[in-house]
Write a protein that binds this ligand. Structure first.
Ligand SMILES: [Zn+2]
Ligand SMILES: [Zn+2]
Length: 390
């Protein structure tokens, strides 16, 4: 049976119902990063039903299934992430989380269900080659992609290219957004320790006040993006926590500020990092402080090659999906960037529909739009086949 999908594309009604059931089961049983034991078991059970060989426990709870067809020795990878977040769900949906304080607030339940859907759609024999289905754990800051790579992902499961997607609230449901170059930002954590000299609040001349120095530093750091980065480039420096002081009549010994930086280009990342260190050194000199700057690099820039952007775009259009090529990148980060450091590929956004009412990523009222499951599955199957030249 077929019905009309949200973009007007004909979709298999049975597949839509099956994927919705799978997605809602995953949504009701979320597991946070590095603890995706039941989620991985669910994936393995579905792969077993589909008769697909798979290997589990890769880089933690990662699973890779392999589909082979025809005589072609070419191979590509498709990836979905599986983890949830430590967020208390407020949707009130019938399939809402049954685990207090854990929630699929980023739609990885939908990503996993739709990659299983791609496996269903790839049972046909219209293509030739090998497709590796990569079910990744710990995307939300748990280093799952790196762990899978360290566990030999690309050696054990050869793939020339790799593709993935993220659902995108605010983009029309089922519309595929394709970028050439940066899609999502590189991120780094910043920690700045300002060490002064504690003393009586009424005798400031006998102390060195790290609070005053930190206040100046906080303001001065905001000059880096506004004065050192090309206005047509993108960068973010956000200081988000400040710990200092215990008594209202003591100038404290030290302060700690923590935050994040995001950039879309390596040169900009290096310039912003240099700027933070330079400004901190200047404030240390000015106020007679010792200032220590720690910058820990996390995810790299998620960037599509022009060739893979074309493959993704043509696959989506060929599958009857609406394609947008005009969206700017987002300054959020994506663990998929580690895979793109190893292999060329493309990461696209698939519209999740309106973001109103809190249906934004990482919001307690967010939910994945089930209607896009068969469309996402179709896109994933199509991009694999096109990349294989089928
Ligand atoms: Zn997320
Ligand atoms: Zn996510």
């Amino acid at each position: 049976m077929t019905g009309m999908g949200v973009t007007g594309m004909a979709v298999d009604k049975d597949l839509a119902e099956t994927l919705t059931g799978w997605r809602r089961h995953l949504h009701a049983h979320p597991e946070v990063s590095c603890q995706e034991r039941e989620t991985a078991a669910f994936v393995c059970a579905r792969l077993t039903e589909l008769g697909l060989p798979f290997v589990s426990d890769i880089g933690g709870h990662g699973v890779v299934a392999t589909i082979r067809r025809g005589a072609s020795n070419r191979s590509v990878g498709l990836r979905a992430d599986m983890d949830a977040l430590p967020i208390l769900e407020t949707t009130g949906a019938v399939h809402a989380s049954t685990r207090h304080g854990v929630m699929h607030a980023c739609g990885h339940d939908g990503h996993t269900a739709s990659l299983l859907g791609a496996a269903v759609l790839m049972r046909d024999t219209s293509w030739s080659g090998t497709v590796q289905l990569v079910f990744q754990p710990a995307e939300e800051g748990g280093g799952g992609a790196k762990a899978m790579i360290a566990d030999g992902l690309f050696e054990r499961f050869p793939m020339e290219r790799i593709y993935g997607y993220h659902n995108w609230p605010g983009l029309d449901a089922g519309t595929v957004a394709v970028h050439v170059g940066p899609v999502m930002a590189a991120g780094a954590r910043i920690a700045i320790h300002v060490r002064g000299h504690a003393g009586h609040a009424a005798l400031p001349h006998l102390s060195r006040d790290p609070m005053l120095a930190s206040a100046h530093l906080l303001v001065a750091l905001q000059s880096i993006v506004s004065r050192n980065v090309d206005p047509l480039d993108c960068a973010v420096v956000s200081i988000c926590t400040m710990e200092a002081g215990t008594a209202p009549n003591q100038i404290p010994q030290d302060t700690v500020m923590r935050g994040t930086m995001r950039t879309l280009r390596t040169a900009t990342r290096d310039a912003v990092e240099d700027g933070i260190r330079r400004v901190a050194a200047g404030i240390a000199q000015t106020f007679g402080m010792q200032i220590e700057v720690d910058i820990i690099h996390g995810m790299s820039v998620t960037a599509n090659t022009p060739e893979d952007a074309e493959i993704a775009s043509a696959a989506a259009a060929g599958a009857g999906l609406t394609v947008r090529r005009d969206l700017p990148p987002a300054m959020t980060g994506e663990d998929f960037s580690w895979f793109l450091q190893q292999r060329p590929g493309a990461f696209v956004w698939i519209g999740n529909g309106p973001a109103d009412g809190g249906r934004e990523l990482h919001n307690p009222n967010y939910d994945f739009t089930d209607a896009i499951l068969p469309l996402a599955a179709t896109y994933m199957a199509s991009v694999a086949k096109r990349a294989l030249g089928s």
